[in-house]
Design a binder for this molecule. Sequence first.
Ligand SMILES: C[S@@+](CC[C@H](N)C(=O)[O-])C[C@H]1O[C@@H](n2cnc3c(N)ncnc32)[C@H](O)[C@@H]1O
Length: 184
Amino acid sequence: MSDEEWAPFNQDEIDIFGNDLWCEQDYLAPFWPSTDTRSEGLLNSFDIRNDDVLYDLGCGDGRILIEAVRKGANKCIGIEYDEALVEKGKEKVREAGLEDKIEIKHGNFLEIDLSDATLIYVFLLPKAVELLTPRFVALMNAGKLRIIGSVLYELKEWPYSFISKPEIASFLYFKEMPNLTNNQ
Ligand SMILES: C[S@@+](CC[C@H](N)C(=O)[O-])C[C@H]1O[C@@H](n2cnc3c(N)ncnc32)[C@H](O)[C@@H]1O
């Protein structure tokens, strides 16, 4: 599906993709890559620093990780459940010559240690976002995690600050609202 076909942020899109019937046991979202517009907009909003460690939870073919390194992230880690996508992502990383900056791990993001994350990118279904929210709050409280970006779905029980970005159908979550110089 092209970027244009999947670009509009409307109720149809939310209803089609946001149905938890897509979920099956640990598999909590289908592979549906972020559009270029959204990934570009969200990563720009992160105001990436050269000491940032970014995680993409459910990283698909690794495209977000490659883009984040090109925007200056020090290290990017992707967690992906689907082994074929893990292999595809690793191949793309090799082709880009970014093996020293990007690691793609096969596994369930609910079971992965995220304690070194400063930025977290998610494009998942509401149920996955709900399951992850208590961990996100704990990571924010621990102090290292600066920003979480979520494409399409809100973190419903977020106790701190957030910004809605309707132009890229995304949400940004913080503990305290930062001064984002690159905020679009
Ligand atoms: C909507 S896609 C997003 C891909 C990528 N993050 C992007 O924005 O282009 C969601 C991805 O999450 C993966 N996924 C689903 N459940 C998972 C789990 N429990 N652990 C790790 N990955 C998972 C799927 O295989 C899929 O690749």
